[in-house]
Design a protein. Sequence first.
Lengths: 342, 494, 363
Amino acid sequence: MAGEMNPRERWGLLLIDEFPDRPPVYPLVTSHASAVYGCDLISYCSDGKILAEAQLAAQRKYGHEGLSVFTDVGLIAEAMGSKYHLREFEVPILNRPIIEELSAIDKLKLPDPGGSGRLPVYLEAIEKLYQAKGDVLPVFAFVPAPFTTAAGLRGIEDFLVDTITEPEAAHQLLELSLEAAIKFCDECILCGALPMLVDPLASGSVISRRTFAEFALPYNRKLITHLHRYDLDVTLHICGETSSIVDLISDTGADLFSLDKLDIDIARSSIGDKVRLVGNLAPHNLMASSGVSIEDNCHHIIDSGIRNKKGFVISTGCEVPIRCQPEKLQKYIKLGKEARYE
Amino acid sequence: MISQKIRKLDNFELEENPRQIDFREWHRLFQKVPEELVENTRYFRDLPNAEWSQYLFPPSTHVVSGNRLLRKLKFDNSLASLRLWGFVMSEGERIYRAKQAGKKVIAVMGDLGAVTPLVYSFPNTVAFYPDCLWWTPFMMESKVLFDEAAKFGLGEDCCFVRAALGAYSKKAYFPKPDLCIGTVGATCDDMNAVMSEVEFLGYDIHYFELPHRHDKPQDVKRLKVFLSGQYEGLSAKLEHVTGHEFDLTRFEETISKVNRMRGAISDLKGMLGGAGSPLDSCVRRNDGRGSRRIDRRNAMGGIEMLNVEFAPLSYYGDLDECIDVIEDVRDTVKSRQTRSVGYPDQDIRLVWVTPPADPQLMNYIEGLGGMIVGSEYLINQTTPQILENGDPFDSLAESHLSGSLMGSMGYRTQLVIDQIEKSNAEGVIISGVFGSSHCPYETTPIVDAVRKKGIPVLAIDVVAPGKIMMQSQIFNRMEAFMESLKAARRYRGG
Amino acid sequence: MKSNPRQNQVKDFTGLESEYLESIEGRRSLVGYLCMRTPVELIEAYGAVPIRIVSSPVAVSSGFNPIRNDACSFCKQVPELMKLDSYKYLSGIIAGSCCDQMRRTVDVLNETLDIPAIIYSAPRTYGQNASFFLNEMKAAFAKLADSLRLTIDENELHKAIKSRKQLRKLVNQKRYDGAISAPLIHKLAGSCLPAEKIIEFLTGLKPLPVNSDSVRLMLFGSIPSGKEILLIEEVGGYVAVDLTCLGDRVFEIKQNLPEEPFEFLYKHYIEHNNCPHRRSYAPLIDYAKQQIKRGAIDGIVYRSVKYCHPFGLAAKRFKEELGMPFLELDDDLTLQATGSFRTRLGAFVEMLEAQKRRKVAQV
């Protein structure tokens, strides 16, 4: 149809404070792409070509408006030496952190994006996606934020304990994680992707407001400042409950906040004049087992989000479940695409 | 409050020697750019609290927003070049920001830079040039805008300017203009067809009539009177749209700025190619046979100069800032020539005729040893100094009359010959557009005239994005052409 | 062989033209003109004979042509046409600036011929700058006359204008009565004959037999080559309206024009000219809609000359706005194009005939 914008154009307008015809519809279709493509998750997480092809297959199927390069939050930690267990039908999990003793932090080396762990997988996938569709679809590279990477290097529990008992060591680890993230972000940019920071462990469901303010926020801010130096608009995704920290999100400098279990009205009234909101249909609603209708659930999100002063992206609160019911996702995307700015 | 103090870069260079680098290198080199510069290099300095007005960013920034060709280009490594690219690539956002900030946004079409000075002499008013969106499909390596134009029947037998129609239709490349000005008459058919469709999209167009110039003195005089009247009519329209009366003082101030910019561009072209370049820009070299010849090193890339030469079309949406950007490039070239430095291994002197929609071609020829020392980009009307204290509309008309396209083919051919003579060129490249209304007629006469001067010429048609096989043929032809020029030089004992 | 009244019309008229040209040979200058923006009355008032330059299948490229292949096929053919007998005796050429390509064609003619070729500008806007463009037109004719040593005869001008007005009226009336076939209208539109002689010829014409079952077509688009109507008729179609610049549009009667001769000519030929290049498309679309209604048209044959931007790039717009069966043909003026045209026209006519039969059956 003549006059219809493509996703790249919609996102472009959103990021310069213009309102396109409607918000971009961008559910976080990540590992679910492997199910659409028909590959196992080990291949998806360790082969850039497969990851890219799976993303393209999913985008063709659903028509959502962005490509997501993401496998797991341990990506940088693994590239720095932590061991992750890749599983056929579930996302990788941390097997053994590299920092078992705090004295090992000094020996930690920054990863080489071109060769360490699965970082090259990411870069290959970005390159292929950008080459294939970069003119019409933005490519988002989900980069683990420093707090989450530090937890992957040290082990989640130990790292959380460190923040109380060994704060200096925790900061040291966070500095290294930050440097690694910057280095990796730079490579993602050069391959054509816009880094999107994911910080699931900085969630209000996991840490207190004080811990967030002291250990997560400053490093996110530094990372975002680095990206801002290149004039890039940064999305910060934090999983789970974030009502206790939502007012601090704008202090990170994030341009977009991808919210999970937080009422969008609260997010809107708290930071909506400074930050664009991305959200937030609860992913479990997309499961066949969920008895609720998509219409009932998305109505409030879209109606409220579209009124956000700084802009809105119709999305899911977190990753679309690997085994979501495709019809439900299709329904959500269809309803999202029917939304219009007045 | 953002500091206003940094306006010029004072020849600050990040690296000692000029060279062409890719976007990866620029990404890393950018880290060396002082924070204060990044913070304070801004457009719309009349809006001091605008958070969004920075623009000193490397090409990688724009790669992320889908400008895929930038990954293949080689850029000059000066800070002035960084500023230039940042300024050019931020034009789209700037036009939206202008509208958000309450400025009047005027679309100018078909005139190639002639009416813009008048637009800018109205307060709080900026111009942009939809025709220049012909670059976008190349920059993005994308068919999106061409496909959109094709929905209206403007397909491959129309020039690349059809991308402008795609952009009008999509409403995602510039805000709704407060006024569209369309220059018609002795202009191209392709843009005319675009304008007709733009009317159907619901845009009102103020038509500026540009009759054919017969290139005879008595006709030119009559035409000048007519064009002056057209400017007067346009001024009245702009008064209505902007809500401001035409103000002579402001007009003269604007013309003075425009002249300053045109002067800087003329200096630049002179330095890079003209016979009037200072000798200290040259390197004396012994060719081994006792004779000495003078080589001039290439002190600025062809694509940077293309950006510079196109600046007077609409000043990329900010006249004041644009002047500083251009003057920075000029000062950088001057400094390089004073230091006798330039890109290594680029010394075959070429004149480029008709701007290539695909800037990669220029990079390619430079990679083969070419340096672009002269150009005829269809925008001769943006080159003369405008009379600053005469009748305003007469002065604009006078300048307009030097247009490349509005007269005979002989006139344009002579412009090309002038460039060859001024720059002592060894070869000419004509990059046409297949199916455009003027290229099929002009190419042969220009080729003939250039050959009569004993100068080899290569005429190519720019290939639309994505046609890799055809593109490789163009590259092959360029390689053969450059080899023949090198052989000719060897034969001459140079 | 049984005589065909439609063919006879054309044959008789062509004979008349030949006779006329023979009768004035050597006594009057022949002035070629391009584009229907040229007031033939002015050429006549200067004592010259207007010769419309139209494409010809005979003009095949015979060597070097400075115009590239991606130019409008008609414009590209013009320098070749100048070598044909029909044009080689021209003393000069004049053209109202239609499109960029026509402008440049005249430039090429000036470079390649040793007769003057003159162009003058036409505005896109209505009712504005009329005095300038009128003067441009006058100056162009004066320049041509000066080169050819011709002087204007004001009485002849009045007479020519009057006769052409009568001619337009008569052509419209006879066309409506079905006395003028489509091939003849082409001949009339580009004729070198004075209006009086054409009027004399037309006066005696009787309505032609028409097959009421034939599908009624409107020919539209770029300057025709002459073969289109023959091909349409060959496959059983009937050209009820010819909206090309060599068809009914040439005889359009325009209302409320000034009396002063030059102003009249300017308004008639230049300002109120609906060529899609110098105009927004809307007035031509409106005019086409009127003609479709008047001619009870079943379908449109839209033929654009290859790389003719004014018509080629407007095809989709016209198709959408006119909203009826629309066959788009892109003609590079080569003989090879004829075969595919015949096939496509045949299929189009068949489809419309079937549609017509279905409608009748439904009634």
